[in-house]
Ligand binder design. Sequence first.
Ligand SMILES: [Zn+2]
Length: 265
Amino acid sequence: MPEGDTVFRAARLLDRSLSGQVLTATDFRVPQLATSDLSGGTVTATVSRGKHLLTRIERDDEAWTLHTHLKMEGAWRVHRPGERWKRPVHQARVVLTTARAVAVGFQLGIVELLPRDQEESAVGHLGPDLLGPDWDEAEALRRLLEDPARPVGEALLDQTALAGIGNMYQAELCFTSGVHPRTPVGQVPDLTRLVRRAKQMLELNKERATQSTTGNLREPLWVYRRDDRPCRRCGTTVLVAMVGPAGRERASYWCPSCQPESSQG
Ligand SMILES: [Zn+2]
């Protein structure tokens, strides 16, 4: 599951590769857009909002937004014209071609074309974006604490509270804050500090090819996907369990010594 910083990097790649250029061809390989064609349009920008990507395209008097989401396995890749694609052709969902670049969205979870003035219908539900110009720490805290009994691990993944945290940062933030992921969010000792750390982690990693929360690129993560291995801080075996509401459980990782459940108070 891509995190907000991964999506930010994808948006920056598309923005640098396509903005200001005329689309010589477009190919939407999803049933609902099979007949859509924006060739002749000019790409004006790509921005990220949380884990959503908005690519803005103008043609004549029309202003469109291509809304995409990477979901679990998705990725945008940019190729030179004629270059072999970096993923299998059958995984392509969108192909945007200009004279200089061929941008391909592979295995995208969402592909929709919206009139620009309906952008908010795609991203209006999101909470403050950790990497966005609209970042608002107080508002994110307020939304996180709306349901103080909710486990912190679950609350951090709620994109309507704050946008950009996925499973990896959720686990790493609980570890670095010393809280068990099932701790009620209202009982996290210093939630402000945790949220600031979240922003700091994403800001640092949006500039890096390899994500790290430890500061050590050889041992980049504290607990995420390190179950059955020793905690980097104390040596206790890291555990994993499914946490979250029925039907939307996610794997949660924690060190039982550094993040005792009794810290729930
Ligand atoms: Zn530990």
